[in-house]
Unconditional design. Sequence first.
Length: 340
Amino acid sequence: MAQTKNEVAKKEELTPAVRFTNVVTAYFETAVGKPNLTNFQERLVQNYFIATDFALNTAETKRLKMSEEYRHKEAVTWNNVNLDQLKLDVVSAAKIGLDPAQSNHIFPIPYYNYKTKKYDVNLMEGYRGKELKAKKYGLDVPDSIIIEVVYENDIFKPLKKGAKTAVESYEFYIENPFTRGEIVGGFYYYVFTKEPEKNKLVIFDKKAIMKRKPDKAGAEFWGGTKDKWVDGKKSGKEEVEGWYDEMVYKTIARAAYGNITIDSQKIDDDYVRLKKAESTYFEQVIETEIKDNANKELIDVSDFEDVTELEEVPEPEEPPAEEKKDQEDWDNVKNPFDDM
């Protein structure tokens, strides 16, 4: 049925983020059932459009910088995204309350799917996202969690529960706040205000922290040596300082929130859907690793731990707080939402 002039004019007045929200809601209702999104959740869906659009543009810029020999033929654009899966995942994440516009919540990560020749977009949680899910779905959630990184000049004394200690605790002093030395470990502490006997202290030495560092951790995050690329070709190596202290803190934080037991009676369809999407992502990453193992830089950002931990660091991967995409630029490209 041909659209009236009023319908066309009304569509053109809507921002891309709003149009995306309308399409997501309509698709979810057809595929699963009416999502019944609140006004707040609809705003979150719009934030997912903004963050995903930014992630696609960033990935496409990286793709174009690579030599033609290494890069995928398909451009990283909305036209080449698996929209059906993204629509379902976005609604589930929004209903849980994960907001990509907030630091540490959740990040869209595009990666290449060899089977479909398109890009899937995984919604990977940051450590604040893990905290939110733990509080919502946890079986026995602490009243508070204390997370600390310990340096060689600090004084840290664990007080484990025993014959003389009814409540597990610790002593921690920062003797020299501006000259704390090298990192030697860290800890997290579960606090149960009304039941202090349940308080729990978990300690990490440096070895335990580094075991949780991804095998392909980027030097931009953890520091170290990385390949230097010039005009799409490797041109030696370069040293990068990275953000090692922040990565250590967030590694401990992810463990602290990730170790809270999930209450099976609280699990809902949204939780299950995101867990399934995460498992699918890991499987796809392994397949991509095998096919792309040619000493080249991947645009699918398989080193998800690093990407999700970048939120508080002033780097380009940080999703923008507000939409910066000009309407005219959007309309110059075939918009996959226009025909829906």
